[in-house]
Design a protein around this ligand. Structure first.
Ligand code: ADP
Length: 259
């Protein structure tokens, strides 16, 4: 991030406020939001001043993941004040601004405008904002590159080929936007059966690492497919906030991102 930070400063001397680290994926459902929430919690536990923006305007899940559903951000002047999660992470999500469960059928410019409000909020002493991007390469991504350029990007993929092809597309978006790629995370690899203890690989294993090496992108680590990760996430208790074995892979990856 340090190198990325310098690159960001060199290109955009006017930008002040927290450094943005984007978390992206080529497609939905690969665990991008889960990773972002847990990286934020792990970084906060490590003493970093970290905030989170849920830019997944069409399917915001961070209020559930970080247990801030129902909280409403205040406005000061024309800016929003982030809400505080009980895990020490100030955050803003479209989910805080719209009725829970209501689908958003916004056109691109509205989504981009909303995204700007979330990023340009009153972040106080926050140094790093983790940005949970919508999947793919749409309007929000373009606004991000034009107006709120991240200092670095983390890409999440599951190990199977199709997801990896999409992940490469996400990587290209950042490369074209001259955003340094911090690395690739492989999620949902290696399922440990809670009954017999045997490890199986529903989506394969090692594919993301191989793809990262091939593309010259650092491999940041692997998060196993785990029933308890899913259950804890749905319950608003991110595994990275606990002491169980589910926390370890998240804190290891957070340490690398925090460098
Ligand atoms: P995305 O943000 O990429 O759409 P999510 O983070 O919302 O993906 O994850 C999709 C679903 O998969 C969620 O129900 C989440 O709890 C689950 N999930 C994510 N990572 C894991 C994992 N490592 N093990 C088990 N379930 C996971």
């Amino acid at each position: 991030v340090r190198v990325a930070l310098m690159a960001d400063k060199a290109e955009q001397p006017a930008r002040t406020g927290p450094v943005i680290v984007a978390v992206g994926s080529g497609k939905g459902g690969v665990g991008k939001s889960t990773l972002t929430a847990n990286l934020a919690v792990a970084l906060a536990r490590a003493g970093r001043k970290v905030g989170l923006v849920d830019a997944d305007v069409y399917g915001p899940s961070q209020p559930t993941l970080l247990d801030t559903e129902g909280q409403r951000p205040r406005a000061e002047g024309d800016k929003l004040v982030p809400v505080m999660s009980r895990f020490g992470v100030p955050m803003l999500s479209m989910g805080h601004l719209v009725e829970p469960g209501k689908a958003l059928a916004w056109r691109g410019p509205m989504a981009s405008g909303a995204f700007g409000q979330l990023v340009d909020a009153i972040w106080g002493d926050v140094e790093v904002i983790l940005l949970d991007l919508p999947p793919g390469t749409g309007d929000v991504q373009i606004t991000m590159l034009q107006k709120h350029k991240p200092a670095g990007a983390v890409i999440v993929s599951t190990p199977q080929d199709l997801a990896l092809i999409d992940a490469q597309r996400a990587a290209q978006l950042f490369e074209q936007g001259k955003v340094p790629i911090i690395g690739l995370v492989e999620n949902m690899a290696g399922y440990v059966c809670p009954h017999c203890g045997e490890t199986s690989d529903p989506f394969g294993r090692g594919g993301a690492q191989a793809a990262a090496e091939q593309a010259g992108i650092p491999f940041l680590g692997r998060i196993p497919l785990s029933l308890s990760v899913r259950q804890a996430s749905d319950a608003g208790t991110p595994p990275a906030a606990g002491e169980g074995e589910d926390a370890a892979p998240f804190s290891a990856i957070a340490a690398r991102v925090g460098e």
